[in-house]
Design a protein around this ligand. Sequence first.
Ligand SMILES: [Zn+2]
Ligand SMILES: [Zn+2]
Length: 269
Amino acid sequence: MSKDISECRICFDIETNDDKFISPCRCKGTSKYVHKSCLNSWRNFNRESIAWTTCMECGTKYKIKYKYPIEKKKIFKGCCNNVTGNYLLKYSVCLVVSGFIWNVDYHNDYLAVKMLNFFQPSTSYDLLYYVKQNDLCPQLFYFSYTMFLQSIIYHLYFVAKCYYNVKRKSYYIYKIKDTFCGSLIFSTQFLVLYYIFAFNGFVLLYLNLITFLSMVEPIGYYKLIKKHNKIIIEMNENNIEEILPYHNIIDNIIDNNNNMLELENIIID
Ligand SMILES: [Zn+2]
Ligand SMILES: [Zn+2]
């Protein structure tokens, strides 16, 4: 059938200069041509199904050229993606590690506490006094201390993961920076509040505040991961794409090899 008298397989209209035909798959005859706009509308309508990438009639995977590289989905897996998982992971690590740090610090004459004070006593009832005297205070302190260290490690892990996996970095940083800085600043409150309160004698107030921070910290990190996932989905959905015509030469390759050849999407930087 000549292309000139063909009609679109979706709207049955003819080709116009404003709305060009494309032959995107192995379909022939009356199904060979389709308006680019009709095909894209159909695909958008079926975004969540296989019809997004594949012709439902002949099973050909569309050859798609993207303006930007496709971003990898779900680079953070498992516990990171839900609040309960975040709490379970961080609290179980913290319960074990904080006891260990407490023990090591005890045998090193409270080096960690003294380092916070730059080895100088601030007041006669400073943090060191409470950590030595009271059973609950060291528990609260070392738990929060471990949560703080863990949170910093998780933020470094986040940066490393994104650095190696996200392709459009400058756009991604522009989108994530506020949430990331907020989450990181929240994590560093363990230190900031120390120099505001504990260093000036309000040790019990400080311990209460950092305990509260430790209780809500996993929510902050969860929100960061959630924001990351949302940005990645947006970046992929807003990527400019173009379906390329299906060439006969590909048909020949399939026939010659006599097996299924799955076309990979072409990604152009
Ligand atoms: Zn059409
Ligand atoms: Zn087809």
